[in-house]
Design a protein around this ligand. Sequence first.
Ligand code: SF4
Length: 340
Amino acid sequence: MNATTLEKKGSNHLYSSSDYLLEVTELKKHFPIKAGILQRTVGSVKAVDGVSFRVKKGETIGIVGESGCGKSTAGRTLIRLYEPTGGDILFKGKNISKMRESELRRTVRKDIQMIFQDPFASLNPRKTLKHILAEPLITHNLYKGREREDKIQQLLEKVGFNPMFINRYPHEFSGGQRQRIGIARALAVNPDLIIADEPVSALDVSIQAQIINLMEDLQDELGLTYVFISHDLSVVRHISDKVGVMYLGRMMEFANKKDLYDEPLHPYTQALLSAVPVPRRKGVERRERIILKGDLPSPSNPPQGCVFHTRCPAATAMCSERVPEYKEVKKDHFVACHLY
Ligand code: SF4
């Protein structure tokens, strides 16, 4: 399926093509639950169950939600670390959701890179920085001999390292420095899009700011596009142009940062934001804290109708029966709620 056929489907959350580097439509990732000696499939965990958003080149899209909402699974499914159960992923206008691995490797694997939460776990402790950074260059057959060495030195300098460190091992560095190595490794193959999965959550607050500043500087310099996944609404507010809010595998709201933070429409977004302390600003009302009742339901047995209805302060009878459509209720402001 190409971009044009997506447009023809006629739903208002399927997008046109060329402006967007990445267009995700109704992405789903279900994991089977197996039981018994024969390991029969007895159900599924709907980790991602209908996520749509689009990203322009050079933008940063923040994806927020509580732990277990499916945001990290969505990030991994976007780059086909997990096989999507359904939906479409258009990258540079090409549908990569069903692309064969051989074609993915040739065309996409280099252009989309990932930065992980735990840089230590994702760096081989037995390899020096030189080997860690050479690996993606070798995999994608980029730069040879002296040029490769020069490229590795440039990468180290780009992320604020002394190139003299080239023969050191990951354990010789702090958490923040290791995340810089993770960023350098992602940059090695000159990607267009970086999926950053909780890249600063494991770091001290002062170090978080340094890594965020580095990512912003690199974006300006290299024209990078980010999908930034985090549970931290303040960090996402700082770095993002647009923000998507996920709950139980679904996208509840997606809008420009200002619209979403100043005027959240979805009751779940309103509750999330009410818990974030914000400085008093002229013309902007301080929000009442909204306490959500109950626990997050299990994604293996999500509620019928709107998945948020068991906790929503605004729920009506219809909410437990009908799934709300995810639709554009204002320009570039998408919401999945029967109130709109
Ligand atoms: Fe709440 Fe109903 Fe809207 Fe869901 S559809 S968020 S339950 S009001």
